[in-house]
Structure formats: C-alpha cells, structure tokens
Write a protein that binds this ligand. Structure first.
Ligand SMILES: Cc1ncc(COP(=O)(O)O)c(C=O)c1O
Length: 384
C-alpha cells in the first residue's frame, strides 16, 4: 500500500516537471478580494515560555487572564481525557449543551446563541456571511485590528472614524458618519485598547435609526465592565453581539467564544457555520467554567482592586495612566521604545500601541491579581 501511494505521487509530480516551481506558483493567485491584503503580521506573545519553565515573568501583553481557569474547568477536561474515551469522535454538533448553559448565563433563548472557536471565529463568520465586495463598513479607531482583516478579505470599503479624544466614545461623530449605504458597523465595547463603552441605549438608538445596517458589538471584555447590549438581540434583526471565554474565564488557549443574535441572523449564519468547529475539550471546559461563578467573580474583584493600585502607582510617579472598565490600562511612556526594552529586560511584557491613531507613546498592559500587581510594582520601582 505504501509503495502504491509513492507511485501515485510520482505520477502526479511528473505533470509539473516541464514547469519550474515558480511558474507553477505564479499561476495560483489568492482570491481577488484578498489580493491587496498584506500577510497577517504575527506578533509574538511574550513571556509564556518563561512562565511555563517556572521563571518569573509578567505576561501582560495580550489582555489574557493572569491566572488559571476555574479548577472546575480543569477537572472536567482532565476527567474527560482520562475517562472512557470520546476523543475519537467529533464534538457535540453545534455545542448544544454549552449553548443551553450560555442561555442561562445570558438569559437569552438558546436559539439566539451560536458557539464558535473563539470570538474571532464569530467575527469572521459574520463577515463571510454578511459582507460583499464594496460594502461600506464603518469602524471607530483605534480598536481591535484583527476585525479589519476579516472585513477587508471580503473586499469591503472601510471607513474608519477617529474621535479627537481616543478615550471618548464619540456617538455623535459615529452617527454623523452613518447612512443607509452603511452595511456594517463594528463597535468594541469596552474598546480594546481605550476602554470606551457604548451604552445599551446608544446601541438601541443605532439599531432603530439604521434598520438596514448591521451592528456588531464586540463584548470580549463584558465580564469586567458589566455593560451589555445583549438583551436587545431578540428585538432587533440588525444586531450581533460577540463574546469570548478567552479573557475573564481564562480559556484563551481553548479558543472558544460565542455570538448572540436574532434568529433571522442566526439562520443566515447557519448557511456556512461549521457545527463541528468547536473542539470537545473546549466545550467541556467552557461549560464547567460557566458553572463556577464564584471563581469568576473573585477574579473580577481582584482585577478591579488591582487596577486601582496600578493606576495609583503610575500616576504617583508622574506617568499618564488611563483607566478602562476592562482588564487592561493604557500608559503613556516617555521614550517608549527605550522604556519597553528596559521592561522586557526585567521580563515585564506589555504591548506597544504608540502607532495606533491618537495613542502616541502609549502602551497597553493587562491587569492581574492584587498580589501579582504588588510584585509588578516592586519590579517597576527598579526601572522608573
Ligand atoms: C476586542 C477583542 N475581540 C476579540 C478578541 C479575540 O478573542 P478570541 O480569543 O475569543 O478570539 C480580542 C482579543 O484580544 C479582543 O480584544
């Protein structure tokens, strides 16, 4: 059998022997709508290897949780893996059991929820389902840039709007940009990296005034802020809310998230949604994490207290520090490149955001528990 396979490959390869490899490559171009995109720049997530080796490092660059997920999630995954099997099967299709738990968590009918492999997958699914070439997409910036890749890959026309003050959610500016030509608006609330929020009333106004525009509200940091528009999805046929288990629930490595929307939108998404795209372990971990609200609430409380401590520290030494309702803050660092190198040398990893509109010399950093922040401040004292 092995040799038959090898022969087959040889025959197939011989079809190409007349051409050089670059000839063959030049004939296969990427799809028209993504030709003008540059390859996605992969930014290293730093510090994880050090932490896994047991070395001290402050991994504060990706807004992740700084602690392990709930022990209930870990136990559920461990007992599945060491149980009677099941990894040889495809996962539960459409993550129905998890959707039921999410229905309880969000107080929405399970029919309004779609579980995805991270909220990135939800955002991509929305773009793939609802965007066509030349559609007009409006995005307030600075914001979570990965969405731009999903939107641009559909060949859309992007209109980015930049408020004078990046730390103010300029609703009037947003509304004045919209028209009945606007196909989709992407709003991150609380915004990454500035923390700006859109209230439920504001989202309701937008959905009412622009019924033919889709509003995507990315609530990746909902748990920290406790401000949401999710309750509007059963009323409006033009609203999608995305959320994730990557942040407050500490399950970024499992890649699991969800979206909530009106059933009419879910029906549209279901045309290309892959019901087996969320792994069994992710479903099990997320469901168990949802069953441990005391663990989640204790972490939210830690982050909130710790944020006050960290902001106080920076302001106390004369560094501009901007609070957000999420698990990160923004600091304005003089000689930012130099300062970031000094921080990295002490294994403190934060994210340079100085090339974002309106954020000159700014960096974003995650906030962890109180004891982690106390240790961090000790370390920062050696640098500032
Ligand atoms: C606003 C926002 N949306 C989505 C994501 C991606 O989340 P997920 O891990 O669920 O794909 C991030 C991650 O940083 C984010 O900041």
């Amino acid at each position: 059998m092995g040799s038959r396979k090898t022969n087959l490959r040889l025959i197939e390869d011989s079809k190409y022997t007349k051409n050089t490899l670059s000839d063959v490559e030049s004939k296969i171009d990427v799809a028209y709508s993504i030709r003008r995109l540059k390859p996605y720049e992969v930014v290293e997530s730093r510090g994880s290897e050090q932490v896994l080796r047991g070395d001290k490092a402050f991994k504060l660059d990706w807004n992740e949780s700084t602690i392990s997920p709930s022990p209930k999630a870990l136990n559920a995954i461990q007992s599945f893996v060491s149980g009677n099997g099941g990894l040889n099967w495809y996962p539960s299709l459409g993550s129905r059991s998890l959707a039921d738990s999410l229905s309880e968590y969000t107080q929405l009918p399970a029919e309004n929820i779609l579980v995805t492999a991270g909220s990135d997958a939800a955002l991509q699914l929305i773009c793939d389902t609802y965007l066509d070439t030349n559609d007009e997409v409006v995005i307030p910036v600075p914001t979570y840039n990965h969405f731009l890749v999903f939107a641009q890959s559909r060949g859309v026309r992007l209109i980015s709007i930049q408020p004078n003050d990046p730390f103010y959610a300029d609703f009037d500016l947003l509304e004045s940009t919209l028209s009945n030509r606007t196909r989709l608006v992407y709003l991150v609330s609380p915004n990454n990296p500035t923390g700006t929020l859109f209230t439920e009333e504001q989202i309701e106004t937008l959905c009412t005034n622009y019924p033919s525009t889709l509003f995507v509200v990315d609530e990746a940091y909902f748990e920290f802020a406790q401000v949401t528009s999710i309750n509007l999805v059963t009323r409006f046929r033009n609203l999608l809310v995305t959320r994730t288990f990557s942040k407050a629930f500490g399950l970024a490595g499992l890649r699991i998230g969800y979206l909530a929307a009106h059933e009419s939108l879910i029906t549209g998404l279901s045309k290309i949604y892959n019901p087996k795209s969320v792994s069994t372990l992710s479903q099990i971990g997320a469901e168990a994490a949802l069953s441990d609200m005391p663990y989640l609430n204790a972490y939210l409380d830690e982050v909130s207290r710790s944020k006050t401590l960290l902001l106080g520290y920076f302001r106390g030494i004369g560094i501009d520090a901007f609070s957000t309702p999420a698990n990160f803050i923004v600091v304005r660092l003089p000689q930012i490149e130099d300062t970031l190198s000094k921080l990295s040398a002490q294994s403190i990893y934060i994210r340079n955001r100085s090339n974002y509109p309106g954020l000159a010399e700014c960096a974003r950093m995650s906030v962890g528990t109180v004891s982690q922040t106390e240790e961090l401040i000790e370390q920062l004292n050696r640098i500032f």
